[in-house]
Design a protein around this ligand. Structure first.
Ligand SMILES: C[S@@+](CC[C@H](N)C(=O)[O-])C[C@H]1O[C@@H](n2cnc3c(N)ncnc32)[C@H](O)[C@@H]1O
Length: 276
């Protein structure tokens, strides 16, 4: 089999997903190191080893393992993050949180930022990378996710970050500094909806998805415990699920001075921002 035939085979085998061609391209580029412009005209014979690698990946994908875990990395904003079992894969809609934070922080040297429920660290580490003059505290409770957070902070060579392995609900806040901005993409899926999620999503840790009975447990905690850690006129910005923004506004009733809701590319109310 030639490389280009193997590409067509791989892309057909992966066509059970929405984007077999795209996935095949990522695999050929990242794993076999063949540039996408060259794949379709490569008549060289694929080595047995490469065929074996591709067969193995197809098997893992058919069993529902996300492509991102197989590749071991995924792009977010303008950076690449290490990912794997036990950590949530960064999503494009989460990039809105980074834009909101960078915009708010652009005039503020020495600002303090919290990224709560940090996972890979994609939000907070991206901010730290773009603004070397700020300090970002990233909080994550789960062992596997925290290991990815540590690896990503090292991989991106960031020294303006503080990694906290602790629980949003119980961490002692008394020794933490006041923040200019608190951002979070917490687990927000209502428990009863978890079993209906796609197989790929269910390969990701439930602890990154389950937001309790109505999906809003983490926002209640952010309102009751974490508002006291924000400076006057500082902001809190959270990602949320489809239709949750008004509930979150209600939870923060009487706490904020201004609010804003950002809609994503699918017109879903995705980010709620409060000025405190
Ligand atoms: C939806 S994921 C978001 C990960 C990352 N911020 C992102 O946007 O890709 C939520 C994260 O919260 C973490 N988490 C769950 N419960 C937590 C808790 N009580 N305290 C701190 N982190 C928690 C999960 O392990 C998971 O990494």
């Amino acid at each position: 089999m030639t490389i280009k035939e193997m590409f067509t085979y791989c892309s057909n085998q992966l066509s059970f997903g929405d984007c077999g061609n795209f996935e095949a391209q990522c695999i050929f580029e990242d794993i076999l190191k063949i540039k996408k412009e060259k794949i379709h005209c490569d008549d060289s014979i694929a080595s047995c080893e490469d065929v074996q690698i591709i067969e193995n990946i197809i098997k893992r994908r058919k069993m529902g393992e996300p492509l991102q875990y197989i590749l071991g990395k995924w792009d977010f904003y303008d950076l690449t993050f290490l990912v794997g079992k036990g950590v949530l894969i960064p999503r494009p809609e989460t990039e809105f949180l980074v834009d909101i934070a960078l915009d708010y922080l652009k005039q503020k040297d020495g600002a303090i930022i919290y990224d709560l429920c940090a996972g890979t660290g994609c939000i907070g580490l991206t901010i730290a990378h773009h603004l070397p003059q700020v300090t970002v505290y990233l909080l994550e409770k789960e062992d596997a996710a925290f290991n990815y957070l540590k690896k990503n902070a090292e991989y991106l060579k960031l020294n303006n970050v503080q990694l906290l392995k602790d629980d949003l609900f119980t961490i002692d806040l008394s020794n933490l500094p006041l923040a200019d901005i608190i951002i979070s993409n917490p687990p927000y899926i209502p428990t009863f909806e978890i079993s209906d999620l796609q197989k790929e999503v269910l390969s990701e840790p439930i602890s990154a998805l389950d937001g309790g009975d109505d999906g809003l447990n983490f926002y209640r905690c952010l309102a009751s415990r974490w508002v006291s850690k924000v400076r006057t006129d500082g902001i809190m910005a959270f990602e949320c699920g489809d239709g949750q923004s008004q509930d979150i506004v209600n939870i923060f009733d009487g706490i904020y001075k201004e609010k804003n809701i950002t809609f994503d590319f699918n017109n879903i109310d995705r980010i709620v921002t409060f000025r405190i």
